[in-house]
Write a protein that binds this ligand. Sequence first.
Ligand code: FES
Length: 153
Amino acid sequence: MNLDEVYQELILDHYKRPRCKGVLLSPDRKVDLNNPLCGDQISLTLKFTGETISEIAFDGHGCSISQATASIMAELLRGKTKDDARRLSGLFRGMIKSQIEGDALNDLGDALALEGVKRHSARIKCALLAWDCIDRGLAEGDGAASLRDEMPR
Ligand code: FES
């Protein structure tokens, strides 16, 4: 099995057996985003302890890339600080936009399995739906406990 096949298996596994799936009760932040092109949707709920993401869960429906990415992302970010999560989000975007490559991406862990998406421009929005949710969930100063929106085109 080559690395591409291992990554395909990993994505499929997260799609079929999503981690951190569900909705947190009394979350500190809730973000709902959908991809207007296909209607796929992710709802992310977050609880913080100080600066740490102590609990994270996602719910939603959609293509295997969008849902597997949400599962991988949630597992990766659980227990991380907000600053770390922002850094990892930047790394993921850099990877998907072919701006960052190689060892610099190692902290992405299982999310490296999604690197191949960068070669399929139509799927990039699928892979960014969950990360757009976390970016909004971590955004300071908007004062809203619950955000519902469409992802930017
Ligand atoms: Fe809708 Fe992937 S096809 S997010």
